[in-house]
Write a protein that binds this ligand. Structure first.
Ligand SMILES: *[C@@H]1O[C@H](CO)[C@@H](O)[C@H](O)[C@H]1NC(C)=O
Ligand SMILES: *[C@@H]1O[C@H](CO)[C@@H](O)[C@H](O)[C@H]1NC(C)=O
Ligand SMILES: *[C@@H]1O[C@H](CO)[C@@H](O)[C@H](O)[C@H]1NC(C)=O
Length: 376
C-alpha cells in the first residue's frame, strides 16, 4: 500500500520535472524565433519563414564563376524588389548627405557639446565590429536589425560560407565567429582602420527606441535574460518609484514611468549604470555608443527608412554585388506616434523634459524632431 503511494508521488515528481524542463526549453525556442527587433506586426515576427534572409553569395563560388557572378545577384535583387516599392538607390545619396550635414553642424554646436562629444573609449571600440576582408567597420546599436548586418559581415569575413550556416549561438560570440571587435586590435591597427575603412551604423527615433528597449527587456524578455527583471528592474524601482511596498515591488514589475525617471536622471544614474555593466547599451545614447562626432562615419542609416538605407549602405560599402538585404515586412520599421503618445500619456511633463534633456543630443545629431507633441 505504502509502496504504491510512494510510486505515485515519484511519478508525479517526475512529471513536474519534465514540465519544468519543457518550459525552460520553450524559452530558448522563442528566443531563436525573435530577432533583435522583438516586435511583431500582425503576429508575424521579422524572421517569419518565407521572408528571405540575407543571402550573401559564398565567396568561393563567386570566384569560381567570376566571369558571370550576375546570376546570383539578379536573383537576390528580385528578392529585394518583392518587398514592393523600393525607390532607386541613386536618389538616396542626397538624403544621406543632408543628414551628414546636420550631423557635422550639430557636432560643432557648443551648447550641445556634453551630449554629443564622447571619447573613443574601450566602451565605444567594443561596439564596433571589423570586417577586414571588405574594409568595413560597423557600430552596433540595439533594436534596429543588427543581427542581420552582423551575419552579413561574418560571411564576408569568410568564417562561414552562408548566413544560414552560422549557428545562432555564434552570431554574438565574437571570439569564435570571425567578426572581431575593434577593441581587440592594437592601437595602431585601430587608428588605421578608423581612418581608412567604410564606417556605418543605424539609428531610430530616440524615444521609440527606449520604448522598444523597455518592452523587450522588462515586459516580454523573449531572449530569457533574467537579469533585467531580477536585478536591474528592482534596483530602478527602489531608487525611482515614488511609493513602493516590498510586496508591490516584485508583483508589478518595472513601469515605464520608473524607467523614464531613471533615464532622465543624468547625475543620479552613474553608479547604477556601472553596476548594470554592458546591459546599458540598450538605453545609453547613440552618441555614447558610437561617438559619431569623433569618428567620421560614412553613413548613418535610419531604421524608419531602412528600405532605402540598407541597399544604399551595401552599395556605398561596395558589397552590393555580394549580398542583399532581406525583404523588409511592410510597416515594421515605420515610426508610430500613437504608440509613443500612449506610452508617455501617464508621465509627468517634468519627467519627459528631463528625459528629453538627456537624449536631446541624439534627436539633434540625427535630425529627429523633438517631442513637442508630448510637452503641451
Ligand atoms: C545649438 O543647439 C541649441 C539647442 O538645440 C539651439 O538652440 C541652437 O540654435 C543651436 N545653435 C546653432 C548655431 O545651431
Ligand atoms: C551639459 O551641460 C549643461 C551646461 O552647459 C548642463 O546644464 C547639463 O546638465 C549637462 N548635461 C549633461 C548630460 O552632462
Ligand atoms: C501603433 O501603435 C498603436 C498602439 O500601440 C497600435 O494600436 C497600432 O496598431 C500601431 N500602428 C501601426 C501602424 O503599427
Amino acid at each position: 500500500m505504502g509502496g504504491v503511494m510512494r510510486h505515485h508521488w515519484l511519478l508525479l515528481g517526475a512529471c513536474g520535472w519534465v514540465l519544468l524542463i519543457l518550459m525552460f526549453v520553450s524559452k530558448f525556442i522563442t528566443f531563436k524565433a525573435v530577432d533583435d527587433y522583438g516586435e511583431r506586426v500582425g503576429g508575424q515576427s521579422w524572421t517569419v519563414p518565407g521572408t528571405k534572409m540575407i543571402r550573401p553569395v559564398p565567396v568561393s563560388s563567386l570566384q569560381k564563376t567570376a566571369p558571370k557572378p550576375s546570376d546570383q545577384v539578379i536573383r537576390d535583387i528580385t528578392v529585394v524588389s518583392q518587398s514592393s516599392a523600393v525607390p532607386p538607390v541613386t536618389g538616396w545619396q542626397s538624403e544621406v548627405e543632408r543628414r551628414s550635414d546636420i550631423l557635422s553642424s550639430v557636432c560643432k554646436n557648443s551648447s550641445l557639446r556634453n551630449l554629443t562629444h564622447v571619447s573613443i573609449s574601450k566602451f565605444v571600440l567594443d561596439r564596433i565590429f571589423v570586417c577586414d576582408k571588405r574594409k568595413i567597420l560597423f557600430c552596433q546599436t540595439p533594436k534596429v536589425g543588427n543581427t542581420q548586418w552582423k551575419k552579413v559581415l561574418i560571411v564576408l569575413n569568410g568564417a562561414f560560407p552562408t548566413v544560414e550556416e552560422i549557428p545562432e549561438n555564434l552570431v554574438h560570440d565574437h571570439e569564435k565567429n570571425g567578426l572581431p571587435r575593434l577593441s581587440s586590435l592594437k592601437p595602431q591597427e585601430i587608428t588605421h582602420r578608423l581612418s581608412t575603412y567604410f564606417k556605418f551604423f543605424i539609428v531610430r527615433d530616440p524615444f521609440e527606441r527606449l520604448i522598444s528597449a523597455f518592452k523587450d527587456k522588462f515586459v516580454k524578455n523573449p531572449r530569457f535574460e533574467p537579469w533585467y527583471k531580477h536585478d536591474i528592474a528592482p534596483a530602478i524601482i527602489r531608487k525611482y518609484r515614488k511609493s513602493h511596498r516590498d510586496n508591490e515591488l516584485s508583483a508589478s514589475g518595472l513601469h515605464f514611468e520608473d524607467f523614464v525617471r531613471y533615464l532622465g536622471d543624468a547625475d543620479g544614474r552613474h553608479r547604477m549604470d556601472r553596476q548594470f555593466g554592458e546591459h546599458i547599451i540598450h538605453w545609453v545614447t547613440y552618441a555614447e555608443l558610437c561617438a559619431p562626432c569623433e569618428i567620421h562615419y560614412n553613413v548613418v542609416g535610419h531604421h524608419e527608412t531602412l528600405e532605402q538605407d540598407a541597399p544604399h549602405i551595401l552599395k556605398a560599402a561596395g558589397i552590393d554585388q555580394l549580398v542583399s538585404y532581406p525583404a523588409i515586412p511592410p510597416g515594421i520599421t515605420r515610426y508610430n506616434r500613437t504608440k509613443v503618445e500612449r506610452y508617455f500619456s501617464g508621465i509627468s511633463q517634468r519627467d519627459i523634459r528631463r528625459l528629453y534633456a538627456r537624449y536631446m543630443g541624439d534627436f539633434s545629431l540625427f535630425g529627429y524632431p523633438g517631442p513637442d507633441f508630448l510637452l503641451n
